[in-house]
Design a protein around this ligand. Structure first.
Ligand SMILES: Cc1ncc(COP(=O)(O)O)c(C=O)c1O
Length: 369
């Protein structure tokens, strides 16, 4: 059988995080006690306004508006852009392939820091593009001189994630501007999936200055709608229009559009989530600073952090499996992120009871190593 690209024949298309149900039944732990800290979801659940709006939107016998226009208009007016500058998709994960297909050709290069959100390189490879990686070094920090030097003429797309995953590190506006200015032949993709947790405004206004910039946001994180599947991009119409040609025509249904519109203005839910995560982030950082054998990478500005396993008797897969037995699900860096090696776990900031379970389990694992 003809395969358009050998990358499509690899055995694992994606390694998903484990579910609470799986861990509860495998290890005999009460479902409500399992701490799911691997997918950066909202521990307070969906925006209540969004949940109500989804229930009220059960008009599923007619086709939705193919551009999700009502949502485009709300996003545009909230952030001070025009609807022609907005594209909506079934999560950022649907929008990223549209960017790669619209703004690069097979064989073209796509630049990213490594480690990074794996969808960037997976989609690039699946589409026959060539990922180019700039390493973050031993300290896992941005190497801006290397990054700027890597923006060569044969690179077509440049990815930035702010705050960065998996480290949670925050980029400054100045650093983002330098990339936009250096990328005079490239499109810059600024992925702001976790921006609310940094309590900064993010780079949406930069779209007015840089016509080569697209900013991505998702409803999966602070809005608590990961299961609904909605994300969006904001850029100049020259960037958005080609993507509208490529996108699956009716890519968002009525329920997604209604839920996202209601969530967008649910400031109560957003503020409650952001404040609780900030408080718990400080709490867990403090607790972890007292544990031997582990350290936290940098200063996280997201709803997760990267834990380094310093104890040479342990590695990330061992600790991952030991945490599972104790009802804690995290991300094993060696499975989820290329080039991260065997010493890192990405762990969500969540409710106090989950943070206490995590710290207790890490302490127990460390003491038995
Ligand atoms: C950096 C980053 N961008 C985007 C996403 C995915 O967002 P969505 O659920 O909107 O597809 C994630 C999900 O974990 C992420 O870590």
């Amino acid at each position: 059988m003809y395969l358009s690209n050998p990358a499509l024949g690899t055995r694992e298309a994606y390694v998903p995080g484990l579910t609470k149900e799986h861990v509860a039944t495998t290890y005999g732990i009460a479902l409500e006690d399992v701490a799911k800290l691997g997918s950066a979801e909202n521990p307070f659940g969906p925006s209540p306004k969004a949940a109500e709006a989804v229930k009220a939107a059960m008009k599923i016998d007619v086709y939705p508006d193919w551009t999700a226009n009502a949502l485009r208009e709300r996003i545009a007016s909230k952030y001070g852009h025009s609807p022609e500058q907005v594209i909506c998709g079934a999560g950022e994960t649907e929008i990223i392939p549209l960017i790669i297909r619209a703004f690069s050709a097979p064989g073209d290069k796509v630049l990213m820091f490594v480690p990074a959100f794996p969808i960037y390189h997976m989609v690039a490879e699946n589409e026959g593009r060539v990922p180019v990686y700039v390493g973050m070094g031993e300290d896992l920090d941005f190497k801006w001189d290397d990054y700027l030097a890597a923006i060569k003429d044969d690179v077509r797309i440049v990815f930035l994630t702010n705050p960065h995953s998996p480290t949670g590190r925050l980029m400054t506006e100045e650093q983002i501007r330098r990339v936009c200015e250096a990328a005079n032949k490239q499109l810059v993709v600024l992925d702001e999936a976790y921006i609310h947790f940094s309590k900064t405004n993010g780079g949406m206004d930069l779209v007015k200055e840089y016509s080569n910039l697209i900013v991505l946001r998702t409803f999966s994180k602070v809005f608590g709608l990961a299961g609904l599947r909605v994300g969006f991009g904001i850029a100049s119409p020259e960037v958005i229009t080609p993507m509208m040609h490529l996108k699956p025509t009716w890519n968002l249904g009525q329920l997604q559009t209604a839920g996202a519109i209601a969530a967008l203005d649910d400031d109560e839910h957003i503020n409650k989530t952001v404040d609780a995560i900030a408080e718990m982030r400080a709490y867990v950082m403090e607790k972890l600073s007292k544990l031997d054998g582990y350290s936290v990478v940098g200063q996280p500005f997201s709803n997760f952090f990267l834990l380094k396993i310093e104890d040479k008797a342990l590695d990330s897969t061992k600790v991952f499996n030991e945490l599972l037995k104790r009802g804690v699900i995290v991300k094993d860096g060696s499975v989820s992120f290329i080039d991260l090696g065997k010493r890192y776990l990405r762990i969500d900031v969540s409710l106090k009871k989950h943070m206490d379970r995590l710290v207790g389990a890490l302490s127990d694992i460390g003491s038995r190593a």
